[in-house]
Design a protein around this ligand. Structure first.
Ligand code: URA
Length: 250
């Protein structure tokens, strides 16, 4: 059925308001190239809900067996399980609402996070705060953490052994918090949680099942800082999150 024109206008209006909040003051004129970029059609993906879910091979998350976040932090201790301990300033464990319905998982701490011991406090973090506000969610309502808890030198990509050492702690955090939805920010979070090497462009914007928790990957805010034209895709993904949370409220 065709969408009524009033709905289309309302959608355009809310998207423009979102862009304004994101600090966009000019709009590019669409050309063939951008049309192509905006089209997610035809992308391949693995394990989307309703298709053939690919879940990480762990037991279904259960609150009953969950430790507390403080216990997990204690177990992590002054972690020296991988080489990143030699160069980090601080372990960035995560912060936010321990009973959050929405959990956001990024890649790993950057310079500011390493200095302050908190996730997503630099430029990408400020953008993340705005993105959340665009769906009327405040940072205090969610729980934010990273795939790896220590900053890699010069912000290089996390290496497989670093991800593997941190992964059990991330899974425990997820287990304790028991969110309804996890938003995986960027390639490393999405690939690690979904146990896939598919590209973020193929993975984003769809819900996947992680042992009963819905996981939706989207682009990393740092990537958006470099590629602002991708903010539209993130807006679409955020709207899906808002809708899924609202549907669960009913
Ligand atoms: N990028 C991330 O992935 N995590 C942070 O905490 C900050 C920047």
């Amino acid at each position: 059925m065709d969408q009524p024109l009033s709905d289309i206008f309302a959608d355009i209006r809310s998207y423009l308001e979102y862009l304004k909040r994101m600090g966009v003051t000019e709009l590019p004129i669409a050309d063939k190239k951008t049309e192509k970029i905006y089209s997610a059609e035809g992308s391949t993906h693995v394990g989307a809900i309703g298709e053939s879910p690919q879940t990480y091979p762990i037991k279904k998350f259960s609150q009953a067996s969950a430790a507390s976040l403080a216990e997990i932090r204690n177990e992590l201790g002054n972690c020296q399980r991988c080489k990143l301990h030699k160069t980090r300033q601080t372990i960035v464990f995560g912060e936010g609402n321990a009973k959050a319905k929405l959990m956001l998982i990024g890649e790993g701490p950057g310079y500011d996070e390493d200095a302050q011991g908190k996730p997503f406090v630099g430029r990408a973090g400020q953008l993340l705060t705005k993105i959340l506000q665009s769906i009327e969610i405040q940072r205090e309502q969610v729980y934010i953490t990273n795939t790896i808890k220590c900053r890699p030198p010069q912000n290089r990509n996390p290496e497989p052994d670093e991800i593997a050492n941190c992964h059990p702690f991330l899974l425990k955090q997820i287990q304790v918090i028991g969110p309804e939805i996890i938003c995986a920010l960027g390639t490393f979070a999405a690939q690690t949680l979904l146990s896939t090497d598919a590209k973020i462009t193929a993975l984003r914007g769809k819900f996947y099942d992680l042992s009963g928790i819905r996981v939706i990957p989207t682009y990393h805010p740092a990537y958006l800082l470099r590629n602002p034209e991708k903010k539209r895709d993130v807006w679409e993904d955020m709207k899906q999150i808002a809708k899924a949370l609202a549907d669960n409220e009913r």
